[in-house]
Design a protein around this ligand. Structure first.
Ligand SMILES: Cc1cc2nc3c(=O)[nH]c(=O)nc-3n(C[C@H](O)[C@H](O)[C@H](O)COP(=O)(O)OP(=O)(O)OC[C@H]3O[C@@H](n4cnc5c(N)ncnc54)[C@H](O)[C@@H]3O)c2cc1C
Length: 412
């Protein structure tokens, strides 16, 4: 372990390389990025598309050359696929590596691009699906979108999902509506859950389908949310008699709910911890610097206990969240079932992340609300973290079930 960070040497090296690139390549682009919020109908310009892991949308724009340069830097250094298993051409740094990487990436609001591959596809694809979808997703040539939520099915997707897939010879016919699906319209393929056995539902009756975009019968309807008011990045997906061959089933028929849970645990829960950590770490440094420079009544505001207590509150949230997130990732790499711990990471990322960024904004006063600073955008992202990927209440519900069922060790 490396003394400063407590990380294995390879991850420590990854961390400092990414930190330096983010400092030198991404942070300097922030003013330009934030000055140009994305607009409806604008070309994608080489920007990362699809789910964007934990971010509910692209917040600004860069030129195609600038995105190209960031992509090249990430790919040439091996950062891009550092968390992908070695047998799939990556660096094999695992969930802990992915967490460490994404924490560094989120220190800037201009994200250094990393492979958009949904990790649960590794091991779930047929050889043909690997060639057609998995390898191009690892390389960033194809972007995906994940469709679980529906108008009637958010917190209770297994119980309330209405989208149906019915067998028709060698095909399936899908009907239904998905809601709030991030990056759906611009994704190259959609990973959509549908009920295939209404009696079993989440216990063997929900299947995951890979649907190419475009496919006849698939239409999108934009939903604007406050995080990115200038351009809708969430969509309804309307499925109207969509014919999908059996070869487009991902994993086993009936196992699609479990696959979706794997996506949620890794991308939506663990990596949301990384997002909150990256944001808060940079924001705390900015607040320390600012509070030592900003003078009122003849003294820097850093001299006031009111400000010092807000700084220490954020510091404690960072240290505690990093500890639980890293332990959870390391246990996932060791093959443990970390669904409950991932709920804890997600809960802490949203609740602690939001209360901490609120304090950071307070320390900055009016400047903290200006849109050419990352702070209000981070505020939106961390507020969204209390809802997206399962609400805080649902994650408490998951933890409570495990606690009351005697399935967690809190005795130490
Ligand atoms: C910007 C954005 C991006 C998103 N991206 C995606 C995506 O890419 N793919 C996808 O599939 N989904 C996506 N979602 C959907 C998101 O995961 C859901 O919004 C979220 O899970 C909450 O579901 P809901 O909105 O239906 O809330 P509801 O389930 O209607 O909940 C409403 C309120 O009731 C509370 N509640 C519900 N049940 C209980 C209970 N049993 N006990 C206590 N309280 C309860 C909730 O915590 C919440 O406060 C996205 C949403 C947003 C806003």
């Amino acid at each position: 372990m490396t003394p400063d960070t407590g990380l294995p040497p390879a991850l420590d090296a990854l961390k400092s390389t990414v930190r330096q690139i983010v400092r030198d390549e991404c942070i300097p682009l922030e003013p330009e990025y934030l000055a140009h919020p994305p607009q409806e109908g604008e070309p994608e310009n080489g920007a990362p598309r699809g789910v964007l892991e934990t971010v509910p949308g692209v917040l600004g724009t860069l030129s195609e050359n600038q995105w190209g340069r960031l992509n090249n830097v990430s790919k040439q250094t091996g950062i891009y696929t550092s968390f992908v298993p070695e047998e799939y051409g990556g660096g094999g740094m695992g969930a802990l590596g992915h967490l460490v990487l994404e924490e560094e990436v989120h220190r800037s609001i201009v994200h250094l691009p990393t492979s958009p591959v949904p990790m649960f596809m590794i091991g779930a694809c047929t050889p043909e699906q690997e060639q057609k979808y998995l390898y191009p997703a690892i390389d960033g040539d194809l972007y995906y979108s994940f469709g679980q939520t529906e108008p009637q099915a958010g917190s209770d997707p297994g119980g309330m999902m209405q989208t149906r897939a019915v067998r028709d010879g060698d095909d399936w016919i899908l009907n239904g509506t998905k809601m709030f699906i991030s990056g759906a319209a611009s994704a190259d393929f959609l990973l959509v859950q549908a009920v295939t056995d209404p009696d079993k539902r989440q216990r063997g009756g929900i299947t995951m389908f890979i649907i190419d975009n475009p496919t006849p019968g698939v239409t999108f309807e934009p939903i604007r949310v406050w995080v990115v008011p200038t351009k809708a990045q969430q969509h309804y997906i309307h499925l109207d008699n969509v014919r999908v061959p059996q070869t487009q089933v991902l994993g086993e028929v009936g196992e699609g709910f479990n696959l979706g849970q794997q996506w949620l645990v890794h991308h939506d829960r663990l990596l949301r911890g990384a997002m909150a950590l990256g944001i808060l770490t940079r924001a705390l440094q900015m607040a320390i610097d600012w509070s030592q420079e900003r003078v009122t009544y003849g003294r820097p505001i850093a001299d006031r206990q009111a400000i010092q207590w807000m700084l220490t509150d954020v510091y404690m949230d960072i240290v505690a969240l990093r500890s639980v997130a890293r332990e959870t990732a390391a246990r996932a790499d060791a093959g443990e079932d970390v669904r409950v711990e991932a709920s804890m990471v997600k809960y802490a990322a949203g609740e602690w992340g939001w209360r901490s960024i609120d304090k950071i904004m307070q320390i900055f006063g009016g400047v903290g609300e200006t849109l050419d600073m990352p702070i209000p955008h981070w505020y939106h992202m961390l507020r969204h973290a209390r809802i997206g990927g399962g609400t805080s209440e649902i994650h408490k519900f998951v933890m409570a079930r495990a606690l009351l069922g005697g399935r967690v060790n809190f005795q130490g």
